[in-house]
Write a protein that binds this ligand. Structure first.
Ligand code: PA5
Length: 422
């Protein structure tokens, strides 16, 4: 269940704004719903309720096979082919709990140290490899995939290696598709009309989920639930629309950046997924709020000073998540006099008091604060949050008059690198 609270942003984003912008919201929502417009990027919209029987059966088969022949799967990918999978795994498996099958990400950067140490680590494990690349030509995952392919081929021999590698890529085209077919790898498709940063609910995220024991059907159900609830609401009642409208008004008022603030470490990687979604979708044509992340209360003891006292360029969106499996923990008794007020207080209460106090302090200092409360089991909630923010982001793109599904800006460095290396 997701709820948006606007109390601490009302001095900037008023009910009057909402009323006046209603026609613009209707227009932008119409653009989002228009299947003909930017059709190449809109496959994610109906995806949670489309029929995936074949895909799910393929995913289950590959996951069971890889889990039976290995204890570690290296998942290679970058950007949209990485951030979603990472975020769902860390939300479902919090720190100090271990999944019964280890998923390790690689190819999300080019560090020789990281990858060489990982290769060494693999020597004492049974290994399978998943490479995720829609284009099949992204430099980082290409270089790293062939390094790990070479490793498994040398270690297990060509034939066995082929049975330990899965490629998630375009269904029909691209060099990874051709290579995988030639080698006889198992493969899963990335739909043509779903771009990288909108793809976590496709095989891109679902196979890593299945490998690490996440109930991905529940994740899909979460996305389907919120999709259904949006369909029943008037556009102006839709919380994803309201969130996007608030961001739009705040940007026009001169705010330059939005921080997604998390209080739960298990949700911090979700902020990384959110950052890519908004950064790559809306940061174009010289406009767009700069999406950043803050992890409270940790960052209150560093960046908190800046947020409270420096130039007011920042908007804070608090992602206040309560996951049902959170254990109960209380501060014990026997504290010294000055800390006695903490005795017997639950951590959940401390967390909530922190959220409220920080929102008051920051908003009174001139930092608009929105709060998105989300409660439920980790898998369902993950699906709900993904769909909520995808709608908000794509709708917000249409409000701004940009195409939320392309990313021309990431091509420049790629061409420069290729030119230097070829
Ligand atoms: O959202 C996007 O389109 C990008 O972040 C891509 O996911 C990223 O560049 C990786 O691309 P590919 O999957 O083609 O290797």
């Amino acid at each position: 269940m997701i709820q948006l609270s606007l109390d601490r942003v009302r001095s900037w984003f008023t009910e009057e704004h909402q009323k006046r912008l209603a026609p613009l919201a209707e227009f932008a929502y119409g653009e989002l719903q228009n299947a003909q417009k930017d059709a190449f990027g809109k496959g994610w919209m109906s995806w949670p309720v489309d029929n995936h029987d074949q895909l799910f059966s393929d995913i289950d088969k590959i996951a069971a096979d890889f889990r039976s022949k290995s204890d570690v799967t290296v998942v290679i990918g970058i950007g949209g082919s990485y951030l979603g999978a990472r975020s769902v795994l860390s939300m479902v498996h919090p720190a100090f709990t271990s999944a019964d099958h280890q998923v390790i990400f690689a190819g999300q950067q080019l560090s020789p140290t990281y990858h060489a140490h990982l290769l060494k680590y693999l020597d004492s494990h049974e290994v399978t490899v998943v490479v995720v690349s829609k284009s099949g030509t992204t430099l980082e995952p290409s270089a790293v995939f062939h390094t790990f392919r070479d490793y498994v081929e040398k270690r297990y021999g060509q034939a066995e290696a082929a049975s330990r590698i899965c490629a998630i890529t375009d269904a029909n085209k691209g060099s990874l598709r051709g290579f995988a077919d030639e080698k006889g790898y198992s493969t899963l498709p990335i739909p043509d009309d779903i771009g990288g940063r909108y793809s976590v609910l496709s095989a891109v995220g679902l196979l890593p989920m299945a490998l690490s024991g996440v109930d991905y059907r529940k994740v899909m159900k979460g996305a389907a639930n919120i999709r259904e609830s949006f369909a029943k609401l008037a556009v102006t009642e839709n919380p994803a629309v309201t969130y996007a409208l608030a961001r739009h008004v705040l940007y026009q008022q001169g705010f330059a950046a939005e921080a997604l603030v998390t209080y739960e470490p298990r949700v911090a990687d979700f902020a990384g997924w959110w950052q890519q979604l908004f950064g790559e979708s809306q940061g174009k044509d010289g406009i767009g709020l700069y999406p950043t992340m803050l992890q409270y209360t940790t960052d209150l003891h560093s960046m908190g000073q800046y947020v409270q006292d420096a130039r007011k360029i920042l908007v804070e969106t608090v992602l206040d998540v309560f996951i049902d499996d959170a254990p109960e923990l209380k501060v014990p008794v026997g504290l010294d006099e000055k800390n006695k007020y903490l005795e017997n207080v639950s951590y959940a209460k401390l967390q909530q008091v922190a959220v409220e106090s920080v929102m008051i302090a920051h908003s009174e200092a001139g930092v608009p604060n929105m709060r998105i409360e989300a409660k439920g089991d980790a898998e369902t909630l993950y699906g709900e949050l993904v769909y909520f923010f995808e709608v908000a982001c794509a709708f917000g793109g249409y409000l701004m008059g940009i195409n939320p599904f392309d990313q021309p800006g990431v091509e420049a460095y790629k061409s420069e690198m290729k030119a230097r290396l070829q």
